[in-house]
Design a protein. Structure first.
Length: 87
């Protein structure tokens, strides 16, 4: 089950083994809420196997835009680099 939390999170779900059975990704939202900046995520898949390889999270700094800066989406992080995992 998933819903829009307006937060950038992921969850691991386990069944009867020690290996996770399911991963749930929840990207941030383009709609700002509270102190969250708008964000979006781009997933990278292996075309042959449809395996998820990585994703990149981008963000827009609303405080900078409100102070007159030109709106520019910035790469916030990539999953593989932040969590030091290989595809």
């Amino acid at each position: 089950m998933a819903s829009n939390s307006f937060r950038d999170t992921f969850s691991l779900y386990y069944g009867d083994s020690d290996d996770s059975d399911l991963v749930e990704f929840s990207a941030g939202s383009l709609t700002p809420r509270n102190v969250n900046n708008p964000s979006f995520r781009i997933y990278t898949f292996d075309d042959a196997t449809q395996t998820l390889l990585d994703y990149s999270q981008s963000v827009l700094d609303l405080a900078a835009v409100q102070s007159g800066t030109q709106p520019t989406w910035q790469l916030e992080y990539t999953f593989s680099a932040t969590y030091q995992v290989l595809a």
